[in-house]
Each structure stands twice: as structure tokens, then as C-alpha cells.
Design a protein around this ligand. Structure first.
Ligand code: GLA
Length: 398
């Protein structure tokens, strides 16, 4: 069974590999880590001014970096073949053939746009234990981990919230995905043993101790790759903007959909005649409410209630927001039926990627076997599973 229970690479491995690749030099090699994330609840509402409740988890990307004496930039990754070379003075442009380097060059562009000046180039070696394109934010981990590594190495001292903003800007302007801020924010600011309640309208945030007792979150990977830029992500975002416009034109005063309480929504919904836009907006209002309920449930240690909220969230993402699909729906409904599972839902953008389930620790093994069997029977794919713990946001390791 494809059960990932531990990280495959550790950061120490990067140093000898780095020296072998780039040779020795008097400059220090620094190593940084950047986590994956799960979103416990609050899906597709970060770009609607909503509140979200993600946590950084203990699966990391590691970035080793060393300054060079010339202006070259060289990128390598232990797992992906190919060396990418640029010059720090280049005017970086997205180019498909540059593969993952686009994420790094996008960040460099934004750092330079913010007025920081690089006195020399640098070389990079990375390795990641985060499944790529899998819905737990491998690309934001790359963006924020790299931004933090470069900022610390060159003494720019960019604060964590600005690291998150750089990552989001780079997605918008360089990669072409109009994502919200949630992924970059939790990856930059996450703290072990906590989840974070983030208000995406004001960027105010608070940590909530995440004590799950005998339970844990199991990440379930559909192993169906998706690329956000190819998906309907941008379309969903513009549907929400259209719904908001209709409400505003009808005199409903709100600057984003999540500003509406459930009660206000009940008066306002008549102004959206288009059935699809109505469902998209309804998801946003109710999902935002569920986030606040989930935050309180965690605070009060009421895990059964948290589980029920996860189930409701998935239903809404399936029926109203339509971002699930057969793979995620199969995983989630199989999970919800298992003994010891309090609830399950897709996490992240959807359209493939990952789901999470809240499962009693002693029943995780049986849970994974049963869900796997049902998933393979229906879809023909093998799912990946791992029970996760919380992790720390971007950090300097050595
Ligand atoms: C992706 C985006 C986030 C967020 C989620 C859906 O992960 O990067 O900003 O919109 O989808 O909640």
C-alpha cells in the first residue's frame, strides 16, 4: 500500500550533495525548511474576504543556498533532473521550459520589484517531501521557502507576512493563477501544535492550539494531478466577483461575499437570479460561518462537531461550488463511512489533489486499508495516505 508515514529526505543530506555538485567554497551553505499545509476548513473563501483555518504540517521542502562570487543563479533539485541557469540581472519572464524555476524566478522578480538589490548571484539545491500538485501546497512551499532562504541569506530581513504577499503576487503576475493568500500565509507564519484562524480581508490572524487527543488528520491523496492554472480556479473566482457585483447593484452593501452573515444572505439571495452564481455565493457565506464554528469546536475540544462541519463543507464544495470530482468524492464518502472517522473533506483547490479525514489514531491503519479498497474499486487509482502532525512555518535550519 502506498502509505507515506515518514519523510523520505532529511535536510542533512543536502550538504554533501551540494558540495559534490557545486564544489567547496569559503561561503557558508545555509539550509531552510518550508512546510506543506492542510486547510482544516474554509475553502475557496480566502479570495472572498473570508476566514480560513489552515495548519502547517510536518512535510517539508528543504532549500540549500550559497552566495556566488559572480552574478549567476543556478538551480538544482535532488529529485528532478536538469540544471537551470540564469543571471541575477535578468529580466525574468515565465517560460514553460523553465519548469519549477518559474516559481523561483517569479519570487526573484517580486523581490527586485520591492527594491531589494542582490550584490551577487547564488546557487541552490532543493529537495521536497511534499507530493507535487497534490493539493497540500507544494508550490507555495517552494515560493515561500525560496523567498525566505534568499531574504535571510542576503540579509534582506523580509518579514513573514511580506514573504506570503510576495508569494501570492508572484502567482498572480508570473504564474497566472489568481490565488488567495491562505497557502502562502500559513506556510510563512504557521506554528507547530497550532492551526491558524486567518481573516483574509484584514490579514489579522490568531493561533489556536490544535489538541486532537486520540485523533489525527489523515491526508488522502487522490494521486490525480491537477494544475491550478489549467483548472477552473480562476473561473470560480470571477463567478464570485460577478455575484458580488449583482448584490452591490441591488443595493446590498458588502465589499466581499463573506462579509454577509447567514441572516443577511437570506434577504440578499433573491437578487442573484443566475442559478450557478447563486450557488457559488451561498457556499461562501455558509463556509465562512462553518469556519467560525470549527474554530470554536476546536477551542472547546468538541471534535465530533468539528467532524460534522468537515462533512458539511465537503457537501457544499461538491454541490454548490462544484470543485470536487469523482476521485475526491469517492475518497471522502469512503472515509466518512469508516469507524473511528469523525469527518472528512477535500482540502485546497480541489479538482483532484488531496482530502483530509479526522480519524482515531488507533484505527488509522484499518481506515486506510478500507478507504484504499473502495477508492481503487471505483476509480482504478491507488490513493496515497499519511497521518500528519502540525509543523512550523518557514525556518532557517543551519
Ligand atoms: C488554492 C489557493 C488558495 C485557496 C484554495 C482554496 O490552494 O492557492 O488561495 O483559494 O485553493 O481554498
Amino acid at each position: 500500500m502506498n502509505t507515506l508515514t515518514q519523510n523520505t529526505y532529511n535536510p542533512e543530506e543536502l550538504i554533501p550533495a551540494f558540495k559534490k555538485l557545486y564544489g567547496d567554497s569559503s561561503e557558508n551553505i545555509r539550509v531552510f525548511s518550508s512546510p506543506a499545509r492542510i486547510n482544516i476548513i474554509g475553502e475557496h473563501i480566502d479570495y472572498n474576504g473570508g476566514k480560513v483555518f489552515p495548519a502547517a504540517i510536518n512535510k517539508y521542502l528543504y532549500v540549500a543556498v550559497r552566495k556566488r562570487s559572480d552574478s549567476k543563479i543556478i538551480y538544482n533539485d535532488l529529485r528532478f533532473p536538469g540544471t537551470y541557469e540564469f543571471d541575477i540581472n535578468d529580466d525574468f519572464k515565465f517560460d514553460k521550459k523553465n519548469d519549477y524555476s518559474n516559481y523561483l524566478n517569479g519570487i526573484l522578480s517580486e523581490i527586485k520589484n520591492s527594491g531589494f538589490v542582490f550584490p551577487c548571484g547564488f546557487e541552490i539545491l532543493m529537495v521536497s517531501n511534499i507530493p507535487a500538485g497534490g493539493g497540500i501546497s507544494s508550490s507555495s512551499a517552494l515560493e515561500c521557502g525560496f523567498a525566505y532562504a534568499v531574504s535571510e541569506t542576503f540579509g534582506f530581513g523580509i518579514d513573514r507576512v511580506s514573504i506570503a504577499k510576495l508569494g501570492q503576487l508572484s502567482e498572480h503576475r508570473f504564474i497566472g493563477v489568481n490565488c488567495g493568500i491562505m497557502d502562502q500565509f500559513i506556510i510563512a507564519t504557521g506554528k507547530k501544535n497550532t492551526a491558524e484562524l486567518l481573516d483574509c480581508a484584514s490579514l489579522e490572524y490568531e493561533y489556536a492550539p490544535l489538541d486532537l487527543g486520540d485523533f489525527c488528520f489523515v491526508v488522502m491523496n487522490t494521486n490525480k494531478m491537477r494544475k491550478l492554472s489549467d483548472s477552473k480556479y480562476n473561473e470560480r473566482r470571477s463567478q464570485c466577483e460577478q455575484a458580488l457585483k449583482l448584490l452591490n447593484e441591488a443595493g446590498v452593501k458588502c465589499s466581499n461575499l463573506c462579509e454577509l452573515t447567514v441572516e443577511q444572505w437570506k434577504d440578499a439571495e433573491v437578487f442573484i437570479k443566475d442559478e450557478i452564481l447563486l450557488r457559488r455565493a451561498r457556499h461562501c457565506v455558509y463556509e465562512n460561518r462553518r469556519v467560525l464554528d470549527a474554530f470554536n469546536a476546536v477551542k472547546n475540544g468538541n471534535l465530533s462537531e468539528l467532524g460534522e462541519l468537515l462533512n458539511k463543507s465537503h457537501e457544499s464544495l461538491k454541490n454548490d461550488y462544484e470543485v470536487t470530482g469523482i476521485e475526491l468524492d469517492t475518497l471522502v464518502s469512503a472515509a466518512q463511512k469508516q469507524e473511528g472517522c469523525l469527518g472528512a473533506r477535500m482540502t485546497g483547490a480541489g479538482f483532484g489533489g488531496c482530502a483530509i479525514a479526522l480519524v482515531r489514531k488507533s484505527q488509522v491503519e484499518r481506515f486506510e486499508q478500507n478507504v484504499q479498497a473502495e477508492y481503487t474499486k471505483v476509480t482504478g487509482y491507488e490513493a496515497g495516505f499519511f497521518a500528519c502532525e502540525t509543523g512550523d512555518g518557514v525556518a532557517a535550519l543551519f
